[in-house]
Design a protein around this ligand. Sequence first.
Ligand SMILES: [Zn+2]
Length: 340
Amino acid sequence: MRALTLVADRKLELVEVPSPPAPGPGEVQIRVKAVALNHLDVWGFRGMAFAKRKLPLVVGAEAAGEIAAVGENVTSFKPGDPVVMCGGLTCGACKACREGRDNLCENVKGIMGFHVDGFARELLNLSARLVIPVPPGVNLRDAACAPIAFSTVEHMLFDNAKLQPGETILVHAGGSGIGTVAIKMAKAIGCTVITTVGDDAKAEQAKALGADYVINYRSERFEHQVRKLTAKKGVDVVFEHVGAETFNGSLLCLKRGGRLVTCGATSGPSTTLNLMQLFQQQYKIFGSFGASMRNIRDGLAKMAGGLLPVIDTEVALDDLGAGLARLESRRVFGKVIVRF
Ligand SMILES: [Zn+2]
């Protein structure tokens, strides 16, 4: 079978590898149909000094497929069932896992596609515990965006920032995979959405998704525009993932007691913080990483209800590198999907 492997930093190879054995007890075998790309893949592709991993590594951290076979004691799935996979290898037994906060698992064995072999291969075996059924009416291309993109945004907006209907939110990089999802999820509960984009074409696309106001951050200072748009009050929530370039401006956009939630630092990981501003304005800052299995289920349920991901491009397995380059260039609007 085919597998797309990272053999060195920035070097991908499509190789033939042996198919997996029959699934063991408690496992299912999955035929992968679609892999969705994330910035996590870009970090992995570039190589990260602190990521503990061995090359070659099968890439792909977010995917959907069909059950090909089930092992002993698996009653929840049958061959042909459409599924998504949770790529965080949690233990399922620690306190955090038992409480449904599995992204805080104390014994996590890594993230598939980043630390250990991922989903960009035709067949793989996985513990049935980490597999989630796709509800009727949701196609596998869209479902592939549930395990990271949809669930990360669910976790950020609703578990961490506790976004409420009627609130105002600033969503950074409204054309990114998670930015497009955040706009749609916030609009779906009746929030006012301000978003930033890097060019005028994306501004039109973001408006078409439902954003109330779109700021081109290359031609205007977003923090000034946000204060203007909110009559100097500021927003209730900022959805951050840009990092160094925007973080301090994002804090300036918050109203007193406002919440900033962040899951990324694509423009750089370090910044300085005015602590006086932090406590006097009573800001709440949430770091958010990954999501729980519940968030993945909730994301899929939203898809079944019609809240679908925005797909930028679909590429073939051997073009995954081109998809990553597109993601890295920030030209994307929505998700890049790799089809098998
Ligand atoms: Zn655990």
